[in-house]
Design a protein around this ligand. Structure first.
Ligand SMILES: CC(=O)[C@@H](O)[C@H](O)COP(=O)(O)O
Length: 256
C-alpha cells in the first residue's frame, strides 16, 4: 500500500507524546518497528522537551516523520502549524487535526475540509484525522487528500473501534483509498481488528506511551498489526448466524 507514493516499512504508525523518557520512546519505536512516527509541534513546543533537541532526537530515530497539528482548533492555527512543521522537519507530509469539540476531541469536519484544501493547494500531502463520516470523506478526497484517517474512538480513550459499522462502510465505499485508524486504540486486539477490517494501517500513541512497559507494549502492537494484516490477506471466512457442524458425521453410534 502506498501513502502518497511511498511504501512504508510497516503498517504501524506511532505517536511520540507522553512517554516516561526519551530513551523509552526510542525503545518503543524500535520495538514497534514503526513505519512512521508522528510528532506534535504545538504540544512539544509548550512542554519541557521543547525545541531542537527533542526534534533532533525524533529525526535521529531513522523513521519517517509525520508532523501533526494536534491541539489546533481553527483553520488558521492548523495551516500555520503545518507550515512551521514543513520547515522544521523538511517534509510536505502533515497529519491534519482540527479539533471541534473539547470533551471528545472530535474533529471539526467543516474546518478540516477547508484546511485540507488550503494545504493541498500549497503542496502539502495531507493525512486528515476525521470521523467516519462518508460525506466528509468524499469532501476531503475532493479537497486533494489521498489518505483518510478516521478515528477508532476519542483520542486517549483506549476504547478501540467504537463504530464498526461506520468503519466498515468507509472501507467499502473507498476500496482504493489508503485508510488508517487513528486514535482510541487501547489494546493490540483493537489494532488487529482494524487490520482485519481491511484498514491499511493504524496510528497509536496513548496505549503504548501509558502502558506499564511501553517497549513491551510496542512489541505487542507490532505482532498484532502483522497478525491482522496476515489474516486479512488470508481471506477470512464469512460470519454466519446459524451453526454449521465443523466435524463430519459418518453415521450414528448404535447404543445396545
Ligand atoms: C488524532 C490524534 O491526536 C491521534 O493521532 C493521537 O495522537 C493518537 O491517539 P491515541 O493516543 O488515542 O492512540
Amino acid at each position: 500500500m502506498l501513502f502518497y507514493g511511498t511504501e512504508l516499512s510497516s503498517r504501524l504508525m506511532l505517536g511520540t507524546a507522553q512517554y516516561p523518557s526519551p530513551d523509552i520512546l526510542a525503545g518503543a519505536v524500535r520495538a514497534a518497528r514503526a513505519g512512521v512516527v508522528t510528532v506534535s509541534l504545538r504540544r512539544e513546543s509548550a512542554g519541557l522537551r521543547a525545541g531542537q533537541a527533542f526534534w533532533s532526537m525524533i529525526r535521529g530515530l531513522g523513521v519517517p516523520v509525520l508532523p501533526n497539528t494536534a491541539g489546533c482548533h481553527t483553520v488558521k492555527e492548523a495551516v500555520t502549524t503545518a507550515q512551521m512543521a514543513r520547515e522544521i522537519f523538511d517534509t510536505d507530509w502533515i497529519k491534519l487535526e482540527v479539533i471541534g469539540e473539547s470533551d471528545t476531541l472530535q474533529p471539526d469536519m467543516f474546518a478540516l475540509v477547508e484546511a485540507a484544501r488550503i494545504l493541498t493547494e500549497d503542496g502539502f500531502k495531507v493525512f486528515p484525522y476525521m470521523t467516519e463520516d462518508l460525506v466528509g470523506a468524499e469532501r476531503l478526497l475532493q479537497a486533494g487528500c489521498q489518505v483518510l484517517m478516521p478515528w477508532g474512538a476519542p483520542i486517549g480513550s483506549g476504547r478501540g473501534l467504537n463504530n464498526l459499522f461506520g468503519l466498515r462502510a468507509l472501507r467499502a465505499h473507498f476500496p482504493d483509498v489508503p485508510l488508517v485508524v487513528d486514535a482510541g486504540i487501547g489494546l493490540p486486539s483493537h489494532a488487529a481488528q482494524a487490520m482485519e477490517l481491511g484498514y491499511d494501517a493504524v496510528l497509536i500513541n496513548t496505549a503504548v506511551a501509558k502502558a506499564g512497559d511501553p517497549v513491551a507494549m510496542a512489541g505487542a502492537f507490532r505482532l498484532a498489526v502483522e497478525a491482522g494484516l496476515a489474516a486479512r490477506s488470508a481471506d477470512p471466512m464469512e460470519e454466519r448466524d446459524m451453526a454449521v457442524p465443523s466435524t463430519p458425521v459418518l453415521g450414528r453410534a448404535v447404543l445396545a
